[in-house]
Write a protein that binds this ligand. Structure first.
Ligand code: HEC
Ligand code: HEC
Length: 271
């Protein structure tokens, strides 16, 4: 009886805490932890600290040469003149107000954002300090199509479904699924890794995070998975390389991390 009462009180306290959070606070939490928008949108290197979210990082493939956008509310070089609907359409539909399709943005993953969280992200971006940072014009060599299909979710528990939401808006599976000729193989090889990243850190290759006992996380403890995600330390103690944003994930609440791990346990084993 007391236990039941205790957990009911705890539950109400959690709901109250979530409601007490303003949209800007919710947006700040999401953007700087699981979403980690700054990983792409904050200038790399020492400049980043003074110019958060001011954009300018280059992404180049045979299909395009683009630079991450300035997400601050600067009216001239940022998104200060965009309406909330236009900002949400860029994030969740992958299109600019002028109709051009955005490259690189993990739009398919953002399609699952709840209306409340999408509004919170916009509220937070609008609360940022405007920074003047002119971004070079993007070049597209082929017409792009927005990707709008999020990764599949099986029949899983309520806790794991919350974790699926977090893993999806965090685009874990975008980085942790292989690509072939620029196309993600997330629908057939979700979580097997093998996606290569080149940067100042050299080359890193994402690893298998399916529930496979041999190649994946199947035999890891929750604590080991949590340490890898938040501290960038693999099961054997090896230091993990970027671009995964370990320090951003370290800002996640214990409940969110625990739900995320519950979801990873349900990802079908694949080698
Ligand atoms: C993997 C890197 C990556 C991540 C993660 C990412 N973005 Fe982007 N984003 C880009 C790139 C690159 C562009 C510019 C694409 C182009 O020019 O075609 C862009 C463009 C945008 C634009 C269009 C703005 C404009 O002026 O054109 C918005 C808005 C945006 N991103 C918001 C976000 C938000 C909010 C998040 C986090 C929820 C996020 N992005 C996460 C790479 C990323
Ligand atoms: C921007 C790409 C990127 C994103 C986003 C990303 N990862 Fe990673 N992750 C990597 C790379 C690359 C490695 C391997 C680094 C290395 O080998 O040094 C890695 C390593 C890991 C490891 C360690 C596995 C092992 O065998 O040591 C785990 C666990 C992991 N990621 C889980 C996640 C989860 C969960 C998410 C979403 C919250 C996520 N990752 C998001 C790129 C990413």
């Amino acid at each position: 009886m007391h236990r039941l009462l205790g957990s009911a009180v705890f539950y109400l306290a959690t709901v109250a805490a979530a409601l007490a959070q303003s949209p800007v606070q919710r947006g700040e939490y999401l953007v700087n932890s699981i979403l980690n928008c700054g990983n792409c949108h904050t200038p790399r290197g020492p400049e980043g600290a003074s110019k958060p979210f001011a954009g300018g990082n280059l992404f180049e493939t045979p299909a395009f040469k683009v630079y991450t956008s300035n997400l601050t509310p600067d009216k001239e070089t940022g998104i200060g003149n965009w309406t909330a609907e236009q900002i949400k359409a860029a994030i969740m539909k992958g299109v600019r107000p002028d109709g051009t399709v955005l490259a690189v943005m993990p739009t398919a993953y953002y399609t699952v954002l709840t209306p409340r969280d999408a509004d919170a992200i916009v509220a937070y971006l609008r609360s940022l300090k405007p920074i003047k940072n002119k971004i070079p014009t993007p070049e597209y060599k082929v017409a792009l199509k927005p990707e709008l299909t999020p990764p599949p979710m099986g029949k899983i528990s309520r806790k794991a479904r919350r974790g699926y939401y977090l893993a999806t808006i965090g685009h874990c599976m975008e980085c942790h699924s292989p690509r072939e000729k620029g196309v993600s193989l997330v629908s057939s090889q979700m979580g097997v890794g093998k996606h290569e990243f080149t940067g100042p850190w050299g080359v890193s290759v994402s690893r298998n995070i399916t529930s496979d006992k041999e190649k994946g996380l199947g035999n890891w403890t929750d604590a080991e998975i949590k340490r890898a995600i938040t501290q960038g330390v693999s099961r054997n103690g090896d230091k993990l390389k970027p671009p995964m944003g370990y320090s951003a994930y370290a800002k996640m609440t214990d409940k969110d991390l625990s739900d995320l791990i519950a979801y990873l346990r349900t990802v079908p084993a694949k080698q």
